[in-house]
Design a protein. Structure first.
Length: 144
């Protein structure tokens, strides 16, 4: 049974793994006429963070900056037909909801490979997506 791949969701966080994730998703999409949907999730600002109490950075400016950077990254990889979205919230939750809304057939993500206390404190976005995504998930290991 072949894996249906009409819509592939690719969450990107602009880490060094972003290129690897985009390349893998592009490899999967080629020949299948799949549509790639890239997504970046901005975590909410902590109201106690410096500058937030005074209203800076402005949420619209922050989102616009990320949107522009995402388009630049995609353009540099010649992925001009990839739609890029920005959402605000918890990364795992927003990625899962985005995959549902897009009727994704596959989500391609990277694991940052946290372990021990770091994993306990930060949680595992990849693990939560694996457990709750509405479609298959391909998890790429980070480069050592």
């Amino acid at each position: 049974m072949a894996l249906k791949r009409d819509v592939i969701v690719v969450p990107i966080d602009f880490s060094p793994a972003t290129d690897k994730i985009l390349d893998a998703a592009l490899d999967l999409a080629e020949g299948d006429h799949s549509r790639l949907r890239a997504l970046h999730v901005l975590p909410p600002l902590d109201t106690l963070a410096p500058g937030v109490a005074w209203g800076a950075p402005f949420p619209d400016t922050r989102e616009e900056g990320v949107r522009n950077h995402g388009r630049t990254v995609l353009r540099e990889k010649r992925l001009t037909d990839v739609r890029f979205d920005v959402r605000l919230g918890h990364p795992a939750h927003e990625i899962i909801e985005f995959a549902k809304a897009e009727k994704a057939d596959l989500v391609v993500i990277a694991s940052h490979g946290y372990s021990g206390i770091k994993r306990f404190l930060l949680g595992s976005v990849a693990e939560m997506i694996l457990r709750h995504a509405p479609c298959p998930v391909l998890v790429l290991r980070r480069a050592e």
